[in-house]
Design a protein around this ligand. Sequence first.
Ligand SMILES: Cc1cc2nc3c(=O)[nH]c(=O)nc-3n(C[C@H](O)[C@H](O)[C@H](O)COP(=O)(O)O)c2cc1C
Length: 235
Amino acid sequence: MKKILTILLCVILMLSLCACGKKGGNGDVTPDNTPAADPAGSGQDSGQEKEVDAITSATANINWVPRYNGNKNSDILVAYFSTDDTVRAFALHAAQALNADLFEIIPAEPYTDDDLNYNAPDYRAGREQKEGARPAIKSMPEDMSRYKYILLGYPIWGGQAPAIMYTFLENADLHDVEIIPFCTSNSSNAGTSATNMQKVTDPSVKWREAFRLIRNGTVEDIRNWLESLEIAELK
Ligand SMILES: Cc1cc2nc3c(=O)[nH]c(=O)nc-3n(C[C@H](O)[C@H](O)[C@H](O)COP(=O)(O)O)c2cc1C
């Protein structure tokens, strides 16, 4: 009886040791076994530098984003709009590599799946573009005058930048700054998306050619592009 009890105790001990060794098990563990971070842009930074967030990116081959909330002392801003994480992933990688400040353009009225359903006859995103609407933004950056460069990220919608990008540009009061547009898409090129946006900014604002991340583009593609800009040493 004593022997059976001892064996039973050993089994229980081994089982509990195994359980302690496992992390999560609910899908919130990244391949390197680091617990998942808060969603990007949540404004909560635990101070960890770990690259942890796994994302689902429809049009790029990026499945993680760095935990990065932006460097307020930088003269580079990465400002972006994203409804499905692709541009977000691009923006976070870019901002971290440049040690830049970061700003997410958040619509006052979030886009639902129906709003984005371009197969529907009268979907919100398409209607806004057709009508030249200026969908409201939740909040604007406090002071944009300290930036020398603004990397401006957006998804291609109907071959163009979403209407909300125009809201952002028209409310930003930009002067003597260089805008570097970047975008993601299923198949369309940047086309006239950036040159059309340029029309609503002050003549003192310089615009570079827009960069579109190719379908299934990677973090390496982003870094190569950032390097080619020659605006900062990459981290
Ligand atoms: C309303 C809408 C319109 C779109 N129009 C185009 C388009 O004209 N050409 C294209 O290649 N992709 C188009 N797409 C696909 C997006 O550009 C692509 O999925 C992009 O990477 C989404 O970025 P996000 O994940 O940051 O939102 C469209 C997507 C939506 C929601």
